[in-house]
Design a protein around this ligand. Structure first.
Ligand SMILES: *[C@@H]1O[C@H](CO)[C@@H](O)[C@H](O)[C@H]1NC(C)=O
Ligand SMILES: *[C@@H]1O[C@H](CO)[C@@H](O)[C@H](O)[C@H]1NC(C)=O
Ligand SMILES: *[C@@H]1O[C@H](CO)[C@@H](O)[C@H](O)[C@H]1NC(C)=O
Length: 384
């Protein structure tokens, strides 16, 4: 199930680089310039060292989850929901929140819920996490590293039971599918007890998108969380019979210990604020791994009929969902796409004009850089 505004974001893949080709090699992690292989190796080594430093790797299967945790460290677990794009949005905001809280982000794998078999893909199979770590310093631990090496690791494990703050159920109190299923994290040995955030901690009324800073302020105040849970242990969530199943029953939530190093927040794609901050700090630094980038390039080469060895032209990528272009609830009409694409063309034209005016000022040799943005083709992607 995909969600409205998040998918309206247009991803600009149009490249503003000059078309001089740098020879690149394809490593497991990334397409990387030949002259920088050593730097790449150092980056990978630093990433491995970071991973080893934030989550312990016991030699035998541990009895309890806490054996994985490093004393004194803070962690943020996030649940997920929806298709790949929604899951990505959610991870991006989770990484931003972890950065702001100084916590280690514990990231579940992507799950292809719209496809049979529910294929799992860990974040480091899709994105270049050593490079992301190098660029941002944000510590993110892919949870599959705990579950993958042996089911027995988590089956004998006493689960980590966490209260999980649901901002999505706050945002969409009448939705029957929210919060995301607590069972999604079971395979990592994590069990969630959902709770609703203190309504006074959310500046927008129930049913509205939550402001990112409200989420961060609530997550960073443990006293507030603990007292809110105590107040509500025997009170069910307001206005929503759908959410009173045992999976979402505050009466069952164990008391929150203030020194609990692991916090949980559910899918953050309803945040819909702080987008540019988040993109600047997190989004733009998440690059595809070499295999994904190569697959995309091969595909685009066929789409644009570009021979091997020549550059794929700049283009604008638009993400759509199965229900878009129709007149059903939640669908985005085609006129919105047309308007947004026009806006993006203008932004790109402005950016290009800035680059060219700088080059003129620097009296750099003038080149015809690119196709004009009004002529960029549009490529549609979908995950449904
Ligand atoms: C990123 O790489 C640069 C250059 O190798 C290095 O100086 C810097 O410390 C790295 N940052 C992190 C967080 O690894
Ligand atoms: C944390 O929450 C408590 C209780 O709601 C409040 O009194 C306190 O001022 C908050 N602390 C901070 C640092 O915001
Ligand atoms: C143009 O130059 C200014 C000042 O040197 C700089 O701040 C700006 O980022 C440059 N813009 C582009 C698009 O390169």
């Amino acid at each position: 199930l995909a969600l409205a505004a998040a998918t309206l974001i247009l991803v600009l893949l149009a490249s503003l680089h000059e078309p001089t080709r740098q020879r690149v090699i394809s490593t497991a992690a990334s397409l990387w310039p030949v002259g920088k292989v050593d730097e790449r190796a150092r980056m990978d080594a630093r990433y491995k060292e970071m991973l080893a430093g934030v989550v312990m790797d016991p030699h035998r299967p541990p009895d309890r989850w806490s054996e994985y945790l490093v004393p004194g460290e803070q962690y943020l677990v996030t649940n997920f929901f929806g298709g790949q794009t929604n899951q990505l949005f959610h991870k991006l905001y989770a990484l931003y929140a972890a950065r702001e809280l100084g916590a280690v982000a514990l990231l579940p794998s992507f799950v292809a819920i719209h496809f049979p078999g529910h294929t799992h893909r860990s974040i480091d199979a899709m994105y270049d996490m050593p490079r992301f770590y190098n660029l941002t310093g944000v510590r993110a631990f892919p949870l599959h590293r705990i579950s993958r090496d042996g089911i027995q690791k988590t089956t004998t494990l006493e689960p980590l039971r966490l209260p999980c703050w649901t901002f999505t159920a706050y945002t969409k109190p009448d939705a029957t599918w929210l919060p995301p299923p607590a069972a999604s994290l079971n395979e990592y040995g994590i069990q969630l007890d959902y709770s609703w955030p203190d309504t006074e901690a959310v500046s927008t009324p129930s049913g509205q998108p939550v402001v990112l800073d409200d989420v961060l302020a609530f997550l960073s105040n443990r006293t507030r969380q603990a007292s809110w849970i105590e107040q509500n242990r025997f009170r069910r969530l307001p206005h929503n019979r759908q959410h009173t199943s045992p999976a979402f029953d505050p009466a069952n939530i164990p008391p929150l210990t203030l020194d609990n190093p692991v916090q949980c927040v559910d899918a953050l794609f309803y945040v819909r604020s702080g987008w540019s901050r988040m993109w600047e700090q997190i989004g733009q630094h998440l690059h595809f791994v070499g295999t994904v980038q190569q697959a995309a390039e091969d595909y685009l080469r066929i789409l644009f009929e570009v021979p091997e060895g020549q550059d794929v032209p700049p283009y604008i990528s638009v993400h759509i969902r199965g229900t878009d272009f129709r007149t059903v609830h939640g669908s985005i009409p085609s006129t919105s796409f047309v308007n947004k694409v026009a806006e993006v063309r203008q932004l790109l034209a402005k950016r290009l004009a800035d680059v060219e005016s700088n080059m003129t000022r620097a009296s750099a040799p003038r080149k015809t850089l690119l196709t004009a943005p009004e002529n960029y083709p549009v490529v549609f992607t979908t995950d449904e």
